[in-house]
Design a protein around this ligand. Structure first.
Ligand code: ATP
Ligand code: MG
Length: 422
């Protein structure tokens, strides 16, 4: 136990960190192109926030939350997703008085007690955005276009954008009634989960993954065919807007999304490459959530990308992520005097922004050169007693293997120039 990470977590080791930086940096860059600013929030919140903000009837609240009592007797929960916390912060910080709309993005870890599978963890990472204050369909189009641009910038191809509208509370009331009537003679044969949902939230039955239930649901009326005129008009403008900028989509009447708070536009980006955990990204509009959580009536829309799944997808598409170059120079030394000189040189080099690794192990020259090679150092310089005396040393170009005598006074200028030319 002591030397094993908890089930469902994974370490991100230094060899992998470059791809995480790469993806996170790209995301921040694309978000800022659309006017989004980053928000950082606590890892835990009051449990009630998620009960209210994610929804009592969801799998997340019913089965997946990491909830605990702190020493002060408060019930707290590790965030299972990002939206509820951002909404809490929007209300608490009075963001409705900021210039509207409010555009926020986040880069978080999230926690769900789930069965571990490839692409499904108990601690995982999400990149997401939330847009508050814009109810217009053009906001939906803009948010979706941000995601598409992000995927494009990473070189990801062939993700399918599945789109649906789940209407508003009004259309859902009528639809739920219709669905209940359709299921009346079937529900007794369906799973326990479905039987529980028939009165609480019939629409969520459509989300059931049980084979048996799916057969009963085959001919169920679809919500999209039964939404009200206003919701239909909104949806048509979204699809029109996507067509106008050439973003392909497929209408998937089966998407209802796992969270209770969505209304109107819902969407997912799905991969065909990474198997059952193929949903890389999910999102939608949530025009009643802020009010539900105690804020002023404010429309909202957002999405979250699962970073582990995104990286799996990139890997399966053979996308190469540029790895970080090795150090600019390795400084080796033999003897105490030389080491002291190296210390001063290293300080000067690093102060000037040059990546410099120096020997701190007192190893043989041969071992030091081997190490410089392993690090992928661009140049190497070994200093001994002679070099200390002459203030000159031989600078080895590790790419070509050539060496040149240089004066140590010119080392920094040379390296800066060489780096510019490389
Ligand atoms: P799924 O149907 O796969 O359980 P979800 O609907 O629960 O997904 P969301 O709540 O929409 O997922 O979260 C947004 C994204 O976060 C998902 O599309 C997925 O990429 C990622 N994600 C969700 N749960 C996990 C998890 N346990 N491990 C890794 N990534 C996850
Ligand atoms: Mg889930």
């Amino acid at each position: 136990m002591l030397t094993q990470a908890p089930k469902g977590t994974h370490d991100i080791l230094p060899d992998e960190i470059d791809k995480w930086y790469y993806v996170e940096k790209k995301f921040a860059e694309i978000c800022s192109r659309f006017g989004y600013r980053e928000i950082r929030l606590p890892v835990f919140e009051h449990t009630e926030l998620f009960q209210r903000g994610v929804g009592e009837t969801t799998d997340i609240v019913q089965k997946e939350m990491y909830t605990f009592e702190d020493k002060g007797g408060r019930s707290l929960t590790l965030r299972p997703e990002g939206t509820a916390g951002v909404v809490r912060s929007y209300i608490e910080n009075g963001m409705s008085s900021w210039p509207q709309p409010t555009k926020l993005f986040y880069n978080i870890t999230a926690y769900r007690y789930e069965k571990m599978q490839k692409g499904r963890y108990r601690e995982f990472h999400q990149l997401g955005v939330e847009l508050f204050g814009a109810k217009d369909p053009s906001a939906d189009v803009e948010v979706i276009s941000l995601m598409v641009l992000f995927f494009n910038s990473l070189g990801i191809k062939n993700l399918t954008l599945n789109l649906n509208s789940i209407g508003c509370a009004e259309c859902r009331k009528a639809y739920n009634q219709m669905l209940k009537e359709f299921l009346a003679d079937k529900i007794d044969n369906m799973c326990e989960n479905c039987r529980g949902r028939i009165n609480r939230n019939p629409m969520r039955i459509l989300d059931c993954k049980e084979e048996g239930c799916r057969t009963y649901l085959k001919d169920a009326p679809s919500l999209l065919d039964n939404i009200c005129d206003d919701c239909r008009e909104h949806f048509e403008k979204v699809t029109q807007g996507l067509q106008d900028i050439g973003i392909p989509y497929e209408i998937d009447k089966a998407i209802v999304r796992g969270l209770d708070y969505y209304n109107r536009t819902v969407f997912e980006f799905v991969s065909r490459n990474i198997g059952t955990q193929g949903t890389v990204c999910g999102g939608g509009r949530y025009d009643t959530l802020i009010e539900l959580c105690g804020g002023p009536p404010t429309p909202g829309i957002g999405f979250a990308i699962g970073v582990e799944r995104l990286l799996l997808e990139m890997e399966s598409q053979g996308i190469q992520i540029p790895s970080r170059p090795g150090p600019d120079i390795y400084l080796g030394s033999i003897g105490e005097q030389a080491d002291r000189l190296c210390e001063r040189l290293a300080w000067d080099l690093r102060s000037k922004g040059i990546t410099c690794i120096k020997d701190i192990m007192g190893r043989s020259v041969k071992a030091q050169m081997k190490y410089a090679d392993k690090l992928g150092a661009r140049y190497a310089l070994i200093i001994g007693d002679n070099e200390v005396e002459s203030n000159k040393a031989s600078l080895k170009d590790m790419k070509t293997g050539e060496s040149r005598d240089i004066s140590l006074d010119t080392l920094i200028d040379r390296l800066i120039k060489k780096r510019e030319n490389d």
